[in-house]
Design a binder for this molecule. Structure first.
Ligand code: NAD
Ligand code: MLT
Length: 314
């Protein structure tokens, strides 16, 4: 497949390497990260390509207004901010860069796990407030603990390998990745019902789809060890936020590391403010390396398409 591409709009913060690559291949690029929904709808007919990160919501309205739109690129993994069904119906190609931020998201997940075990965020805050309170911060060791990984794809398996170096036993579940593949990264595949009672930590690395929405809910918390901790660096809504708050209050859940929320930014900060929660504002992919990679990858994928090379995305 070959398409011609003359003007591309970049409507989110994307590393400038993306602009350089597109321009060096003769594509005109406009970067405007300040467009309101209505301004985007008014602007989009001027472009045949659109590149976004996660802030721009590429709704049916935007896509339908894009009379000349041929391709939408997501500089990142999840395409849940793009109405892919409407794009497909309109014959518009949607591309993402699924591997570019894998390592950064995996490292951020590990950082959240480690931070939880020593209450690092609150301990650091206490020092900024000139309080030397050693008794308030008794931690736990990761060595010998069991980490359950839900979703054994790109990020899940990188988390497994990294946390094994802390002496953690990794178990996991994925409907597509089976026991033999999981064993290749030293992870024991278990059905969910067997996995819940064994976990000291549960980390989720699935897409947000109907099967994973509120996957960790009141019933699941009740099946877990008391004090077990959860981490979500995938998508808000995989862990039921109301159930999590209840489990934290009752002590059934001992702590949560959260990078993603059902609503971003959240209207209600009660989870983020909870003393047993370490929260970050969707920073999993926010490293110089990951942002450089996804910017280069999406630009190169656009150029590949113009040159009739391969079509990529997952
Ligand atoms: P991936 O596609 O490589 O892996 C996802 C895995 O989840 C797949 O193996 C799939 O089979 C599995 N899965 C699907 N349904 C499942 C279910 N019901 N139960 C268990 N497993 C199920 O994706 P990835 O690149 O590893 O990304 C994982 C998640 O992380 C995605 O939601 C992605 O959007 C998100 N992400 C977040 C950040 C961030 O900044 N926080 C950065 C990158 C990716
Ligand atoms: C992704 O899906 O790639 C992540 O949400 C990271 C991001 O782009 O911020």
């Amino acid at each position: 497949m070959v398409i011609s591409l003359s003007r591309v709009l970049i409507s989110d913060e994307v590393d400038p390497k993306c602009v350089d690559i597109l321009q060096s291949h003769g594509v005109e690029v406009v970067t405007n990260t300040k467009l309101s929904k209505n301004e985007l709808i008014a602007e989009i007919p001027k472009y045949d390509g659109l590149i976004v990160r996660s802030a721009t919501k590429v709704t049916a309205e935007v896509i339908n207004a894009g009379k000349n739109l041929k391709i939408i690129g997501r500089a990142g993994t999840g395409v849940d901010n793009i109405d892919c069904q409407v794009a497909t119906e309109r014959g518009i190609i949607v591309m993402n860069t699924p591997g570019g931020n894998t390592l950064s998201a995996a490292e951020h997940t590990c950082a959240l796990i480690i931070s939880l075990t020593r209450d690092l965020a609150r301990a650091a805050q206490s020092m900024k407030e000139e309080r030397w309170d050693r008794k308030a911060f008794m931690g736990i060791e990761l060595n010998g603990k069991t980490l359950a990984i839900i979703g054994l794809g790109r990020i899940g398996r990188e988390v497994a390998l990294r946390m094994q170096s802390f002496g953690m036993k990794t178990i996991g579940y994925d409907p597509i990745i089976g026991a033999e593949v999981a064993a290749e990264f030293n992870t024991e595949w278990l059905p969910l019902e067997n996995l819940w009672p064994l976990a000291d930590f549960i980390t989720v690395h699935t897409p947000l789809i109907p099967a994973t929405t509120n996957l960790i809910n009141d019933d699941v918390f009740a099946k877990c060890k008391r004090g077990m901790c959860v981490i979500n660096c995938a998508r808000g809504g995989i862990i039921d936020e109301a159930a999590l708050l209840r489990a934290l209050e009752s002590g059934q859940c001992g702590g949560a590391g959260l990078d993603v929320f059902v609503e971003e930014p959240p209207k209600d900060y009660s989870l983020a403010k909870h003393p047993k929660v370490t929260a970050t504002p969707h920073l999993g992919a926010s490293t110089r390396e990951a942002q450089s990679r996804v910017a280069v990858e999406i630009a190169e994928q656009f150029i590949d398409l113009v040159q009739g090379k391969q079509l990529f995305g997952a």
